[in-house]
Design a protein around this ligand. Structure first.
Ligand SMILES: [Mg+2]
Length: 122
């Protein structure tokens, strides 16, 4: 079973994502900001990370940069979540080491296909 860390400051989004991921046979953990996510990764590196952009304490971008610099931090596949008006973020996120991106709000089908694409990337 693959482990997925859902990083989002919205409890509702985390709940929706968890539900979808569990139906796709992922074991799910949650973090409400980038710092909590980084602490989690230092203890247990997930296989996949679903990452929000805007969060308090530490943003998705700052988390991603810190993750990719950390030991073993090149391993997880990172799917970046953004909104329609955040299209400019996508290029920056991919440049900082994200493997894929998904537009919010996402459904099961979209998330599943993005996770598949991410698992084939790099
Ligand atoms: Mg957010």
């Amino acid at each position: 079973m693959k482990n997925c860390l859902v990083v989002d400051d919205s409890k509702v989004i985390r709940k929706v994502a968890r539900h979808i991921l569990e139906t796709l046979d992922y074991q799910v953990a949650e973090a409400e900001d980038g710092q909590v996510a980084l602490d989690h990764c230092q203890k247990t590196m997930p296989d996949v990370i679903l990452l929000d952009w805007n969060m308090p304490v530490m943003s998705g971008m700052d988390f991603l940069r810190a993750l990719r610099r950390s030991e073993g931090g090149d391993v997880p596949k990172v799917v970046f979540c953004t909104t329609e008006n955040g299209r400019s973020h996508i290029e920056a996120a991919l440049g900082a080491g994200a493997d894929e991106y998904v537009m919010k709000p996402f459904d099961r089908e979209t998330l599943e296909s993005k996770l598949q694409l991410a698992s084939y990337a790099g």
